[in-house]
Design a protein around this ligand. Structure first.
Ligand code: ZN
Length: 69
């Protein structure tokens, strides 16, 4: 299982970035909300989307869920 977190602050792009916990691009702890622990990034991303519909993957740790648009 891998722990995932979501940035509680919206980025300038309008996204809430989702990270694997401990990613070097993670914002400070006070700007993070735990998504939970999941077996796959797909499950984590689904859960993050329920918290923030604008969730977008981090380009570094979740490139498969990173959407530039
Ligand atoms: Zn990341």
């Amino acid at each position: 299982m891998v722990a995932y977190v979501v940035h509680t602050k919206m980025m300038a792009s309008g996204d809430h970035e989702v990270h694997v916990e401990g990613c070097e691009w993670c914002p400070p702890d006070e700007q993070l909300c735990k998504v939970g622990e999941f077996d796959s990034s797909e499950q984590a991303f689904e859960a993050a989307k329920k918290m923030y519909p604008e969730a977008n993957g981090c380009h570094l740790c979740l490139p498969e869920h990173y959407d530039l648009s």
